[in-house]
Design a protein around this ligand. Structure first.
Ligand code: GCB
Length: 594
């Protein structure tokens, strides 16, 4: 799905701002009372985009369970009605029903991907009432996975089967845009690089609706036309190509035309593939240095925070890092476009987290049951495919995305898991025009012997907590176990990336004899783990858990949130941030391990 942009044929309106807002007091109240068709009764004010949870000082809203209503009046000029008008939501978490003037325009399931509909038939010149009903309920059929429960005091509770706060609301911008009646619905671009000649050929395909002539023009960063081609599909060869490189981004502009319509796509040219234990970007072995992150800031919650996105990438560069994983859901298009601009390498993860009921769901509330049990297990199969389809459709043209992550820490053992996950690898390979490498992030509880995706995964991604959950406080034993495990994974002759390793650390806790939760212990933890990584040629990357402290469900293992950040939640470095900075500044992006 195309990101909405302003061009000479397309008008774009961002509906961000203050909307009216109301919680349902009981399920179905909004529909019964017809809230979508009239001004909400006694509304609160609410910022869009943002998660609603932390925006007022009340626990009722923070821990709300159910459906809330957002509403705004959209005043349309006549000129907008003369074109094809589309309403687009960047992400509504987790489920949305969108109404215009009381009429249902579209519904959407899943909280981290965009959706849109043509609304020309639903609107009129002047005032239009836009209402979005948002549900935050998650269960065994949603991604991420949760569970509906009742507390001992009789209240409905949304148990999350994952370790991040269930922030909800209109988390990304709502926009209106126009296109001509004959329009470009999608643009797909792939490229072949001839490294000897220093040239590249772009292969493009426009999907269009209506009647018309199509062509494509490609411009360099100086605004010079470097190639063009006629037709809905075609090739454009660029001599003396300027490649997109990690931390040295270069973006061409692919300008697609179809009759009166123009769409402009920034496009970085680079290659990516796996060869043996090397992960090659532009044919050179790349070493991943960076983080698992979250979209998590105060008080925005998971709401788009562009200022913090800019800051985070600046801190990433300050640390000598070059990459991150969008743990544990697709991040905003705004963030990924920023990564394309800044040359940050991204592992793009779908929201498949919590598919591990057999493991008791960790500490986070779901009931233990066989993960794939037809009755008590997960029922995410079809939805998982849908989400992967939408994810690839959204991000397929981005240079920054170099790996697709199919799931984080699922129960990937046994025949049922193989039946569930192996087809997903196949599907992503089919869907992705660039055929990027795919992975599934392995949990420590699933051993080398048990992991059913290790043969099909192009890259082995490991989340390991030796020195924390395993051998906590005993780094000597932790080191021994980590080494023993790495011996096994190394035999696969595939690149291994540690996509998580970390230790909870409360900023300001210190001790001369390092103990868990102190800044000294976090430094020792990272020193030990990275020393072992350096011994193994197959380890081609290290992404710490986590970039910054983040909000999560309450529980005895969390101290006002998950404290494994190298930075605090307000982005102040802990001692380990300086330690990793020193290390990463001394590790080159390429050819660290030949
Ligand atoms: C994990 C999960 C991550 C948690 C982390 C932790 O394995 O993938 O979501 O936050 O551990 O801190 O326990």
């Amino acid at each position: 799905m195309l990101y909405p942009v302003m061009t000479k044929s397309r008008m774009l309106f961002d509906l961000s701002g203050i909307w009216a807002f109301r919680m349902e007091q009981e399920e179905g109240e909004g529909e019964r009372e017809g809230w979508a068709g009239k001004p909400l009764p006694n509304p609160m004010t609410m910022a869009v985009p943002a998660s609603y949870n932390d925006l007022k000082a009340c626990a009722e809203l923070r821990d709300y369970h159910g459906t809330v209503y957002y509403q705004t009046t959209v005043r349309l000029a006549k000129a907008m009605l003369e074109e094809r008008l589309v309403l687009r939501c960047g992400a509504v978490t987790h489920h949305a029903k969108v109404y215009l003037n009381g009429q249902l325009v579209m519904t959407h399931r899943g909280g981290f991907l965009p959706f849109e509909a043509e609304v020309s038939g639903f609107v009129k010149e002047g005032d239009n009432l836009l209402t979005i009903a948002v549900s935050n309920l998650i269960d065994h059929s949603t991604l991420p996975v949760g569970e509906q429960q009742t507390t001992p005091s009789g209240e409905a509770r949304n148990a999350t089967n994952f370790d991040f706060f269930n922030y909800a609301g209109i988390n990304r911008p709502v926009k209106l845009y126009t296109t001509p009646q004959d329009y470009i619905a999608d643009v797909t671009v792939t490229s072949d690089v001839d490294f000897e000649k220093g040239s590249a050929t772009l292969h493009y395909a426009l999907s269009t609706l209506g009647e018309g002539e199509a062509r494509v023009e490609v411009y360099d960063e100086a605004g010079q036309l470097v190639g063009r081609s006629e037709g809905k599909t075609g090739d454009v060869t660029i001599e003396k190509v300027h490649l997109w490189q990690p931390l040295d981004a270069y973006l061409y502009e692919v300008r697609a035309y179809y009759e009166r319509d123009e769409y402009i796509l920034p496009y970085g040219i680079r290659t990516v593939r796996v060869e043996g234990r090397h992960f090659l970007i532009n044919e050179r072995p790349f070493y991943f240095k960076g983080y698992g992150k979250h979209e998590d800031t105060y008080p925005n919650g998971r709401g788009l925070n562009e200022a913090m996105n800019v800051k985070d990438l600046a801190l990433l560069k300050w640390q000598g890092a070059n990459s991150f994983r969008t743990s544990h859901y697709p991040y905003s298009e705004e963030m990924l476009r920023l990564c394309d601009r800044e040359g940050i390498v991204v592992i793009d993860e779908c929201p498949a987290v919590g598919l591990n009921l057999r493991m008791g769901g960790g500490f986070f509330g779901a009931t233990q049951s066989p993960t794939f049990d037809p009755e008590k297990g997960i029922k995410t199969g079809e939805h998982h495919k849908e989400v992967l389809r939408d994810l690839v459709a959204r991000d397929k043209n981005l240079a920054c995305v170099v790996i697709w992550s199919i799931a984080n820490e699922p129960d990937s053992t046994g025949k049922e898991a193989a039946d569930y996950f192996l087809p997903l690898f196949k599907l992503v390979k089919e869907l992705d025009p660039q055929k990027r490498p795919c992975t599934l992030v392995n949990v420590q509880m699933v051993s080398f012997e048990q992991e059913v995706t290790k043969e099909v995964a192009d890259v082995i991604c490991l989340n390991r907590y030796y020195g924390w959950y395993e051998c906590g406080g005993d780094l000597k034993s932790a080191e021994k176990q980590l080494r023993a495990e790495l011996e096994k994974w190394s035999t696969l002759n595939k690149p291994i990336i540690f996509t998580e390793f970390g230790a909870d650390t409360v900023a300001g806790f210190h001790d001369a004899t390092p103990v868990m939760f102190t800044e000294e212990y976090q430094v020792d933890y990272y020193e030990m783990n990275t020393r072992v990584f350096d011994e193994f040629p197959a380890v081609q990357g290290e992404q710490v858990w986590n970039f910054a402290d983040f909000a999560t469900s309450q529980g005895v293992v969390r101290v006002q949130g998950n404290k494994k950040g190298l930075f605090t939640r307000d982005r102040k470095p802990k001692m380990a941030a300086h330690f990793m900075r020193k290390r990463w500044l001394s590790i080159p992006n390429f050819e660290y391990k030949k």
